[in-house]
Design a protein. Structure first.
Length: 535
């Protein structure tokens, strides 16, 4: 590793002026990156990580954003205040960036091949044919598979892992010397995460790239980083090697981050209560229609012969990659997806019930979705969102009584009861998820589906939400079906675990058995991917 720094960020300050309100997002941040080194900026949402990274490429919304002081020196030249021509030479050429959400970063109207080729033509004097040939080579380099087919595919036709590989191919198109990776694996399945991290490490070593890694995932930091800078409220509060940060942290905030990481042993089987919901040989098959007459030519077996039981006070965790059938199974269980097979809810065979017959059961089976922002209407206040179910099921004789019930449930999930007059955008991600839980909880359900409820949350907020769910389960005897691709989260809350793949159960057992003595090779692969780098 060379002694001379490739990038030198010195006393960087960033402030935003919006409608007369000044926000100091980054305060006196300094760090260096050498050739071939990986530096991780770690911290919770709002700590200033991404603002710092975007400052390096001067991609902030100027002039709303300004740099009152500080400098960013790259290859001996100042970036702050550089000309547009100089910045165009740097962006995508010497410095590239992988953004957090590939679906929103890729153009939905253009094919994958065109988007990769466009980057090459923008920075290199090559013909369209040469650019497409180079795009093909890059997609092969990132192990996308079926290259000819992928070149003409559109982003929505690819999985999350495939889209992330395309983003990496675009970032590497001009062989940058510095790669900025902003939460590169946040929404990916555990095995795909491992593949992407291995790919990034291999490419880093192959091209001697420096990497600036922006993340709140501590497992990712352990696996990738050489040096760690911990950020909180716009400042770097601690820096050091991975060994120092994880084994001998000094700063209180760093210690709290490490304490918040989900650890510990798998849960023992719960004291089994009465059966709340079960299914036998459940199947959900979707027809694939082709031809002019759109006749069914084949079937996608999203759920294929699944049998499960969830009891009072019990959490059954469902693990599997994207497309394994997790969410389809959950929706079929509560009759929001058409299925075949037997479904029993509190002793009632509800399979085949129409909407009228299902209505009395609806308040007793609730769902908390993955994205708390997308599942909460921005046009309604928190009180209106939570109270909607009360009106539908005629609970509470008047608005005053319903408002009191809303206040009670907000207190139960750890929110201020006076916040029911505010709107979702005024809350953090963790608070919005508490609102989603309150919306489900207010109807006093017996069964709750939790569909990736912590995937978009910081590690400390994840721990808070998991503890809240455990407390509510113990207090009310709730039965949970908990869907996640994060095995640390599954281990922290589940009594039983189901491993789902291609719509079938590969393995089913107690949490202790699945995590300590997995039988199926696929389960072993999942465990190795999730825990091989955990301290």
């Amino acid at each position: 590793m060379a002694n001379q720094s490739l990038l030198n960020v010195n006393k960087l300050n960033v402030k935003f002026n919006t409608s007369g309100t000044i926000v100091h997002a980054v305060n006196n941040v300094s760090f260096q990156i050498s050739h071939g080194e990986t530096v991780a900026l770690v911290g919770e949402s709002g700590s200033g990580k991404s603002v710092t990274a975007l400052s390096i490429l001067q991609l902030l919304p100027y002039p709303i954003a300004t740099h009152p002081s500080g400098s960013i020196i790259f290859e001996g030249q100042e970036i702050i205040g550089a000309s547009d021509r100089r910045l165009r030479q740097l962006r995508g050429n010497r410095i590239s960036m992988i953004f957090q959400e590939p679906m929103t970063s890729l153009n939905p109207l253009h094919s994958v091949g065109r988007q990769v080729a466009e980057v090459i033509m923008l920075h290199r004097s090559v013909s369209k044919t040469e650019a497409w040939l180079k795009a093909s080579e890059l997609l092969e380099l990132v192990a996308l598979g079926e290259i000819r087919k992928r070149l003409s595919a559109y982003p929505h036709e690819l999985s999350g892992g495939q889209r992330q590989r395309v983003m990496i191919a675009m970032a590497l198109a001009c062989k940058p010397i510095l790669l900025i990776a902003d939460e590169p694996t946040t929404a990916l399945d555990v095995t795909v995460q491992a593949e992407i991290l291995d790919l990034l490490n291999n490419l880093k070593n192959r091209f001697n790239m420096a990497v600036l890694l922006i993340t709140h995932d501590l497992t990712l930091v352990r696996r990738m980083a050489d040096t760690v800078c911990v950020m909180n409220e716009g400042q770097i509060v601690e820096r050091g090697t991975v060994q120092h940060i994880f084994c001998s942290p000094i700063n209180g905030y760093t210690k709290s981050l490490l304490r918040a990481e989900l650890k510990g042993k798998p849960l023992s089987p719960s004291n089994l209560g009465k059966e709340i919901i079960s299914c036998t040989d459940l199947k959900v098959h979707f027809p694939i229609k082709a031809g002019i007459l759109r006749r069914a030519s084949a079937q996608v077996k999203a759920v294929d012969g699944v049998s499960i039981v969830v009891r009072e006070g019990q959490t059954v965790g469902v693990v599997g990659e994207s497309g394994s059938g997790k969410t389809t199974l959950a929706l079929a269980l509560i009759r929001l997806e058409t299925s075949k097979g037997s479904i029993s809810f509190q002793g009632n065979n509800i399979q085949g019930y129409n909407s009228r017959k299902m209505r009395p059961f609806r308040k007793e089976m609730q769902i908390v979705f993955q994205d708390p922002f997308g599942s909460l209407s921005p046009r309604l206040s928190v009180g209106q969102i939570i109270g909607e179910g009360l009106k539908i099921h005629s609970i509470g004789s008047n608005d005053k009584e319903r408002r009191a019930l809303i206040s009670e449930v907000l207190i139960e999930v750890g929110l201020d009861p006076m916040s029911q007059d505010r709107y979702p955008h005024e809350f953090s991600g963790g608070q919005r998820q508490r609102i989603s839980i309150a919306r489900a909880l207010i109807l006093k359900p017996k069964f709750m589906i939790l569909d990736e409820p912590t995937s978009a949350l910081d590690v400390s907020v994840q721990a808070q939400v998991i503890e809240l769910l455990k407390t509510l389960q113990k207090r009310h005897g709730l039965a949970y079906l908990f869907i996640s691709h994060d095995l640390k989260v599954i281990r922290a809350i589940s009594h039983e675990v189901i491993i789902l793949r291609h719509g079938k159960i590969l393995e089913h057992g107690s949490s202790e058995q699945i995590f300590n003595s997995p039988i199926h090779n696929y389960t072993k692969t999942l465990m190795n991917s999730a825990f091989s780098f955990q301290g």
